[in-house]
Design a protein around this ligand. Structure first.
Ligand SMILES: Cc1cc2nc3c(=O)[nH]c(=O)nc-3n(C[C@H](O)[C@H](O)[C@H](O)COP(=O)(O)O)c2cc1C
Length: 191
């Protein structure tokens, strides 16, 4: 199963357009459109409940469904516009929700996380108004995916400088779509 995690808030999102072009070539996928999902930052109550579920090994509880889905995906595509040097907070809230120890990762005695996720790849699709800086966006997701979740490789598809006066944004997006379609065809298809 290919899991599409869509954190693109704008209705005419260019990031979503590029990601959809990629996905259309990859095959069938399940989309999680985060703005309409039941995703919220963890609170004292939800964290206490989750800790109790994990401690009791009740991993089939509905509260942990996003974590289970993430761990079981064969391939993951994340679409996230470049916001404030990072990505929309909804995506961070999603990460809080799926980062359940015992489902997506476990910690060894040395404190080092060992990933439990099945996906062989995570592809991060982004667009930026100016220059894209990966430090607190793609680099963070890549570190989580590879070091904590056990996902073998991560790749980046980006279109930048889209909001700079004088640049042909549609041309840059079209180039990114072309790149995305090429990348999709290089991949194993999961249907
Ligand atoms: C809340 C918000 C924050 C943004 N922050 C940045 C930023 O830090 N750097 C940048 O280059 N562009 C920034 N932008 C511009 C977006 O990255 C750019 O318009 C992007 O293409 C939006 O993606 P979308 O078309 O998928 O919505 C921001 C836009 C919004 C709405």
């Amino acid at each position: 199963m290919i899991l599409y995690i869509n954190s693109c808030v704008r209705r005419d999102s260019r990031t979503n357009r590029i990601a959809k072009a990629l996905l259309d070539k990859m095959g069938a996928y399940t989309e999680l459109f985060l703005p309409t999902e039941d995703i919220h930052p963890l609170t004292a109550e939800t964290l206490t409940k989750r800790d109790a579920l994990l401690a009791a090994g009740q991993l089939d509880d509905p509260m942990l469904r996003y974590a289970r889905q993430f761990a079981q995906a064969d391939k993951i595509v994340v679409a996230a516009p470049f916001w404030d040097g990072s990505f929309p907070s909804l995506l961070k809230a999603y990460i809080e929700n799926i980062y359940a120890v015992g489902i997506v990762t476990v910690y060894g005695a040395d404190g080092v996380p060992q990933g439990l996720c099945k996906a062989d790849e995570l592809i991060y699709v982004t667009t930026a108004g100016g220059q894209f800086i990966p430090d607190f966006s793609y680099a963070y997701i890549k570190a989580l995916a590879e070091s904590c979740f056990g996902i073998k490789q991560t790749r980046l598809i980006k279109a930048e400088m889209l909001d700079i006066i004088g640049t042909d944004a549609e041309k840059i997006v079209a180039q990114a779509i072309k790149e995305a379609e090429t990348i999709a065809l290089q991949e194993v298809r999961y249907e």
